[in-house]
Design a protein around this ligand. Structure first.
Ligand SMILES: *Cc1c(COP(=O)(O)O)cnc(C)c1O
Length: 498
């Protein structure tokens, strides 16, 4: 069963928690009781393919789903069509005790694919279990990356339509083409004449518009979002931490029970929280290292216990981490306060009211036992990309580079020699211009066409362009819809043919 982090909702099934996404009155769903996987059980998974590991772990958390149902979701998500690598999340060994875990082999070249290829199938099943007859309309406002990952995840999933809004002229050419060339019978992409905030606010308004939602209900539709606070999106991310550990065991790089560290480039705190839950259910983790860019709210929080979003928002070359409110931190606060809903509620209220809160000494202590945090500047990020390429002939993207730099600092400060896996959260080709700028600063990529940059990077590194980005400029554009900010709601009606 699942409970609310704010204690404001009755215990509910996994299917209902996934269907609802978040607690209606505010708050996030967490398992009422965490399962556990002892080392003997973990060892039984050694040598097993990713799909088997996923089936085992996901089943632990979804008792109201049958094994066949979960297996079906796993097979639909993690197959050869969607993932270019057969181990789904392979490791690259850079040094004796440092590895990159490549989370970017999915269709859109970033780690969100791993969750978004799975979550729509879990949602579709959850609706069926709840006896919901209505069709679901997923609305997404995107500044670029989430939109495409959601489109790929939801396309052709029965009972669901997905509509993505992005700022016209506000995303890169590659990002725009990634979205507008999406096929599938249930996908809709609309460019909005406005910026990302306009898109997001309009979509939020629709979610808050009871009258409109009633009209939708009458016509057989229910609204939902593909948000990263849905438990169905967090859960699939626990799997690859186990897969990395099993992979190292298999290669005899570690012995059973040996603790390893993970470095996670962090924005909304979803990925690192999945690692933390992996540790809680039995994975031997030493330190989790939370890496931020110049938007270093989390670094400050882990160092001082004070979370303060009242600061300048910086646009960086690792845009998926440009976040000042990390939504999933709420679950972490709930867990580290010894599952105290009242405290969690208080912190969240203060965050909403004042943009800031401070945790008590007890929570600080628990946080410090598990998590280290650091940040990298823009210059340090570019230097990290250059360094890794020079040493290992290996390209990393700016998000991954933030992780690498923060790990170097951590290692220098602590001399912790534990084996460490750094999450590589995006393919270097996804952020090609920044990567090219880092490794060839004299040959500025700034004025080059995105696709020329990809070709050059491919040549320099001797690696093929990620398949999700290849030939993009030659694929047929299937979505050409453009609207004004105040037409977004009409657009939704029109698409759903109300
Ligand atoms: C979303 C994203 C992140 C941040 O992950 P969170 O789960 O939001 O902390 C990091 N890197 C890339 C490339 C991403 O797309």
């Amino acid at each position: 069963m699942y409970v609310s982090t704010r204690g404001n909702f009755p215990e509910t099934s996994a299917a209902e928690a996934i269907r609802l996404g978040m607690v209606p009155a505010g708050g996030l769903f967490v398992p009422a009781k965490l399962p556990s996987l002892p080392m003997e059980e973990i060892l039984k998974l050694q040598g097993k393919p990713y799909q088997k590991i996923a089936l085992k772990l996901i089943s632990l958390f979804l008792p109201d789903f049958s094994t066949e149902e979960i297996k079906d979701c796993v097979d639909k998500a993690y197959n050869k069509t969607n993932f270019a690598h057969r181990s789904i999340t392979p490791l690259f060994k850079m040094e004796d005790d440092m590895y990159f875990m490549e989370l970017w082999h999915g269709p859109t070249a970033a780690f969100k694919d791993i969750a978004l290829q799975m979550m729509p199938h879990l949602l579709s099943l959850s609706l069926k279990k709840a006896g919901v007859e209505r069709e679901i309309a997923i609305l997404v406002a995107t500044s670029g990356d989430t939109g495409k990952a959601a489109l790929e995840g939801f396309k052709n999933v029965p009972g669901i339509k997905i509509i993505v809004f992005y700022p016209h002229g506000g995303v890169s050419r590659v990002q725009e083409l990634q979205m507008t060339t999406t096929d599938g019978s249930n996908t809709y992409v609309v460019a909005v004449r406005g910026n990302f905030d306009d898109c997001q606010n309009s979509v939020k308004d629709i979610f808050g518009d009871q009258q409109f939602k009633n009209v939708l209900k009458g016509k057989g539709f229910e609204l939902s979002s593909a948000n990263s606070i849905n438990w169905g999106r967090l859960l699939p991310q626990i799997v690859y931490y186990f897969q990395a550990y099993l992979n190292l065991l298999q290669k005899q790089e570690i012995i059973p029970g040996q603790r390893i560290n993970f470095v996670v480039p962090t924005g909304n705190f979803g990925n690192i929280l999945a690692a933390w839950y992996a540790g809680r259910i039995g994975l031997p983790i030493g330190k989790l290292i939370c890496a931020s860019n110049e938007n270093k709210v989390l670094t400050d929080f882990f160092r001082t216990g004070i979370y303060d979003r009242n600061r300048e928002f910086k646009q960086t070359i690792s845009p998926s981490m440009d976040i000042l409110i990390s939504s999933n931190l709420e679950r972490f606060l709930f867990e580290t306060s010894n599952r105290c809903a009242e405290k969690t509620d208080r912190f969240m209220a203060a965050l909403k009211e004042d943009g800031c809160f401070e945790v008590d000494a007890e929570i600080k202590k628990v946080m410090g036992q598990n998590i280290e945090a650091g940040f990298a500047t823009e210059e340090e990020t570019l230097a990290a990309i250059k360094e890794v390429f020079a040493i290992a002939d290996y390209l990393i993207d700016p998000h991954t580079a933030v992780g690498f730099k923060v790990y170097q600092d951590y290692r220098a400060a602590t001399e912790d020699g534990a084996k460490t896996v750094i999450c590589a959260t995006a393919s270097p080709f996804k952020f090609g211009s920044s990567v090219l700028r880092a490794i060839r600063p004299w040959d500025s990529a700034r004025n080059k066409d995105d696709f020329v940059v990809l070709q050059e990077l491919s040549k320099l590194s001797g690696t093929p362009i990620h398949s999700g980005l290849q030939d993009l400029e030659h694929r047929p554009v299937l979505h050409r819809s453009v609207c004004k900010i105040n037409e977004i709601k009409d657009k939704v009606s029109q698409i759903l043919a109300l």
